[in-house]
Write a protein that binds this ligand. Sequence first.
Ligand code: SF4
Length: 108
Amino acid sequence: MFAAPLCLQRGAEPASQAAEAARLQVLQPEVPVDTHVHHTSQRLGLIGPKVNADKAHVIFARVLPPEWVYPLHANLITHGRQVCHAQRPACAKCALYQQCVYVGSMNV
Ligand code: SF4
């Protein structure tokens, strides 16, 4: 269920980042940052607006307790598929509307 860090898959990162990613992988499971996880995380303000998927992966690995990894990943994917669509998020139906950073910044 848990994927290897993206920086290890590509093998093009500096040694220090690859070593850090490997250390984090040994310590705990990690959140694979697919398109749903990435855009919902940004909209909700869990990561900054300029944080790419590779950096998001490292951030989540650093801050999440192991028991949060699977629930966060599964819930972000479900939320992205069912409500927070990439092109046209259904903000009027969203339970997280009041907490969403995207709504205020984009005037949705
Ligand atoms: S309010 Fe809209 S943009 Fe924010 S999480 Fe919900 S659906 Fe996504």
